[in-house]
Design a protein around this ligand. Structure first.
Ligand SMILES: Nc1ncnc2c1ncn2[C@@H]1O[C@H](COP(=O)(O)OP(=O)(O)OP(=O)(O)O)[C@@H](O)[C@H]1O
Ligand SMILES: [Mg+2]
Length: 331
């Protein structure tokens, strides 16, 4: 059964399609009256197809020749484009104008098996997610990255300053989004104490990946596991269910602040393993940030989780260290 939100969005798609049809009719009326040549061409197509239909009805033994019809339509379209161009109109003036050419604004793609189109998945995520934390992306992205917020003092155990280190991270992640989605390592794990710019860089990635046309769900670990818990124990809202589905649908799942979720014995560890494993099997990207040290991660989650997370074949680990820039700003 379709939930209220999904129904609501599909109704919007329907309205968009109706509006597009109306606009197309409007353009048709306009050019048909301006260019009689074109009107004649359309009429000739209609009468020749009507004639065909009539002879098929009268002689049921005749085979309908679809290929021939398609060729005829194609030829007329070519002629139409020629007439339009000759008269100063765009060649595609009489073609439907879809906002999403992939699904033609139906929300679904595929013939035999219908799957949600990326545009529908992203809409569901955005509508649901008050929790998706995507509202900050105009402020926190690769263009607004400001190296000067980081102190230019050497980091312990490194020959770089904190600022240089962050510039290096930015450059690594810039390359990552350029290669996206074909990166050999699909997981990113950001580790470091509070106020070091982890969420900011996750936002940079989220924006870049959305701009490339892929879907992103960014959610705090706390909210994620609240929703999963509620939907597992029957008190889930439609929102919880959509989040539960989106976790596996989206191209990139970003879990911010792993470790801040409510501890519920095995529940969290099992769910997290399920997410990481399923997304690994589907070769989808999962980015996580945490304030926990590697040893804490081992203690808090199961071995199955940490062996997925620490698998260097599939996970790139990025360590953040230095001074908390929130405190620095206050000084
Ligand atoms: N590269 C940057 N350019 C400009 N501002 C930044 C940058 N990195 C971080 N900030 C700002 O510094 C503050 C702290 O950064 P951020 O929230 O990313 O830290 P964090 O590592 O995620 O901390 P926490 O672990 O507490 O979540 C935020 O207000 C953020 O906007
Ligand atoms: Mg953060």
């Amino acid at each position: 059964m379709k939930g209220k939100l999904l129904k609501e969005i599909l109704k919007e798609y329907e309205d968009i399609r109706l509006q597009e049809q109306e606009e197309l009719k409007q353009r048709e009326r306009e050019v048909m009256s301006a260019l009689p040549e074109l009107a004649e061409l359309r009429n000739s197509l209609v009468s020749s197809l009507a004639q065909k239909a009539r002879s098929l009805i009268l002689n049921p033994d005749l085979n309908p020749d679809n290929e021939q019809d398609e060729n005829l339509v194609e030829e007329i379209k070519r002629k139409e484009a020629g007439i339009l161009a000759k008269n100063g109109y765009p060649e595609d003036y009489l073609a439907p104008r879809y906002r999403c050419p992939a699904c033609r604004d139906t929300g679904y793609v595929g013939n035999l098996v219908k799957e949600k189109c990326n545009c529908l998945i992203q809409k569901l995520v955005e509508r649901t997610c008050r929790y998706s934390d995507l509202s900050n992306l105009d402020k926190e992205n690769f263009d607004t990255f400001d190296p000067d917020v980081f102190p230019d003092v050497p980091l312990p155990d490194s020959n770089l300053t904190q600022r240089e280190h962050m510039l290096k991270m930015k450059s690594v992640l810039w390359d990552y989004q350029e290669e996206f989605p074909d990166n050999p390592r699909k997981n990113l794990l950001f580790i470091g104490k509070t106020g070091l710019g982890k969420t900011f860089l996750l936002n940079c990635l989220a924006k870049a990946i959305l701009d490339k046309g892929y879907t992103v769900l960014k959610i705090s670990s706390y909210n994620l596991f609240e929703h999963l818990f509620r939907s597992a124990y029957g008190s889930g809202s439609e929102e919880s269910l959509i989040i539960k589905e989106s976790i596996f649908d989206v191209d990139t799942l970003i879990i911010d602040d792993l470790g801040t979720e409510t501890r519920r014995n095995n529940f969290t560890a099992e769910e997290l393993f399920n997410i990481l494993n399923e997304r690994y099997l589907q070769q989808k990207h999962t980015f996580l940030s945490t304030n926990l040290a590697l040893s804490d991660l081992r203690d808090f989650y199961s071995d199955r989780v940490t062996s997925r997370l620490f698998d260097t074949q599939n996970t790139m680990l990025l360590r953040f260290s230095g001074q908390d820039i929130r405190l620095r700003g206050k000084r």
